[in-house]
Design a protein around this ligand. Structure first.
Ligand code: ADP
Ligand code: MG
Length: 264
């Protein structure tokens, strides 16, 4: 049986993200408990864990939505995220995709990406000033990447659920984030959409560092090189999909909860 504690971080290495000794309690309940998490630049990391394990809270802490009670949260070598607000953290290049897509349904797919490009100050400015060749090129590039190249002039509101999710990933990419946080991208998707989402994320890895929270183990198997299992706000184990699926403690945690009522 492998041990619970993650391997201590070698000090010479530069991580894109470091969480060390992080704690967060809500009304005395420890949602995050002595959490240590280290991520390499360009990595595509998958986080799994039962409901209430603290996955979303961990993302809230990284993005500045929630402030930890104690612990280090660092971006790159020396940017202390605990001192910054959500807006400042986003400006540093940390983008987050929530579970429900929030696209501008009355605007076209093309306009949605345009509105997300850096430096675009307002809807008015984006839509009524001329689109530069460079902007058009970048938008086309993103549309191809998110497989919506033939949907540029469609209203975002008419897209299928999966396509809306891709559009939102495209809107995040338009901001050229260094670190991308994606919460359950495959939720509500068909098998085919899920597989395409996996391909999309795999294609982004390397250029971007990405954290994906996911439940669907078929999807996790498709995308994951390294999986972190969270349980009770701390890392239960880390490794390949096979390693974590065969880990006794992981099996116990999942099977032990099998008959509990789902809370979310
Ligand atoms: P997960 O995303 O892994 O399902 P969460 O991070 O959403 O887990 O929640 C972890 C625990 O912290 C849960 O028990 C949840 O009820 C609690 N929690 C999360 N956010 C808050 C909050 N703002 N106030 C009170 N409790 C919270
Ligand atoms: Mg959650």
């Amino acid at each position: 049986m492998s041990t619970a504690a993650p391997i201590p971080a070698p000090s010479h290495k530069e991580f894109i993200l470091t969480l060390e000794g992080v704690n967060k309690a809500f009304d005395g309940f420890k949602a995050i408990s002595n959490l240590n998490f280290y991520m390499d630049k360009g990595e595509l990391r998958t986080i799994i864990g039962p409901n209430g394990a603290g996955k979303s809270t961990m993302m809230d802490i990284i993005t500045g939505r929630t402030r930890p009670d104690t612990g280090r949260v660092e971006f790159g070598k020396d940017t202390d995220l605990t001192r910054l607000n959500e807006y400042q953290i986003n400006r540093l290049g940390i983008g987050r995709k929530f579970q429900t897509p929030s696209v501008y349904t009355d605007h076209t797919v093309f306009e949605n990406i345009l509105l997300s490009l850096p430096g675009t100050r307002s809807v008015w400015e984006a839509l009524f000033s001329r689109v530069t060749p460079r902007q058009r090129e970048r938008i086309d590039e993103i549309l191809t990447l998110i497989r919506l190249a033939d949907k540029g002039s469609s209203k975002a509101g008419v897209l299928a659920h999966g396509q809306k999710q891709w559009l939102e990933i495209g809107m995040l990419l338009a901001q050229d984030p260094k670190l991308l946080l994606v919460d359950e991208p495959a939720a509500g998707m068909t098998d085919e959409e899920t597989a395409r989402t996996g391909e999309l994320l795999l294609g982004l890895a390397g250029h971007h560092s990405i954290i994906v929270i996911e439940h669907d183990m078929v999807f996790v198997r498709q995308i994951a090189s390294k999986v972190t299992v969270l349980h009770q706000g701390t890392v239960l184990c880390e490794g390949t999909v096979d390693q974590v699926q065969n880990n006794d403690r992981v099996i116990e945690v999942y099977l032990g909860r099998k008959h509990e009522k789902k809370t979310t």
